[in-house]
Write a protein that binds this ligand. Structure first.
Ligand SMILES: N[C@@H](CCC(=O)N[C@@H](CS)C(=O)NCC(=O)O)C(=O)O
Length: 205
């Protein structure tokens, strides 16, 4: 069975949404990050970064939340959550999936932590341009690929949702409407409930 090394307060919580969308059986392996369990033992052996999420699926080992989500979509939901390899939407799909960890994450952190950098040298550019680009991405239809919901929405939408929740990104009206649309996904609601149940069971609140 697919195993996800998980703690509900980490990016692994977002991978639970990806797993719920895919619909394959999976189990969560709890990593006590508060006690530093990820800095040694099983997690560090699997990921020298000593970070989670880590996904193990038979002989496949994947780290990096976005890579895990893309792997799951290609492996288990090609044509459903990922456009087929010869589908022209594949380019747009990969574009926005990569935009989340390479632009939205560092761009939002740079803004909230007041980093000093040259936008022309930094891959995430300047903040207003990033916000305008996010608006553009969510204005092509209900989802990033128009009427097709895809794993790019899990990656990009999940990142935007996190940044808005922790006040690292101010949502425009278009972004708020997009977040409402993805918030209606049954799989996202199941993932939120599963993460919340673990918080409650383990007294992490
Ligand atoms: N680039 C990685 C980042 C993973 C990451 O930073 N994980 C955090 C939790 S969200 C972590 O394990 N932090 C514990 C630590 O570094 O000690 C990804 O996208 O999966």
């Amino acid at each position: 069975m697919i195993q996800l090394y998980h703690h509900p307060f980490t990016r692994a919580a977002g991978v639970v949404w990806a797993l719920e969308e895919v619909g394959e059986p999976y189990e969560l392996v709890h990593v006590d990050v508060m006690k530093g369990a990820h800095k040694g033992g099983d997690v560090a052996a699997k990921n020298p970064m000593g970070k989670i999420p880590v996904l193990v699926d038979g002989d496949a080992l994947v780290t990096e939340a976005a890579a895990i989500d893309l792997y799951l979509a290609d492996r288990y939901a090609l044509g459903r959550l990922a456009p087929a390899l010869d589908d022209p939407r594949r380019g747009t799909y990969l574009r926005w999936a990569f935009y989340a960890p390479s632009v939205i994450e560092p761009g939002s952190l740079a803004k909230s932590a007041s980093w000093e950098f040259r936008p022309s040298s930094a891959g995430w550019g300047d903040h207003p341009t990033m916000l305008a680009t996010i608006d553009h991405a969510v204005s092509q239809g209900d989802y990033l690929l128009g009427d097709m919901f895809s794993m790019a929405d899990v990656i990009f939408g999940g990142t935007v949702r996190y940044m808005v929740r922790f006040k690292m990104l101010e949502p425009s009206a278009k972004v708020s409407a997009y977040l409402e649309r993805i918030g209606a996904r049954a799989a996202l609601q199941r993932a939120d409930a599963r993460n919340a149940a673990i918080v409650a069971e383990r007294g992490l609140g």
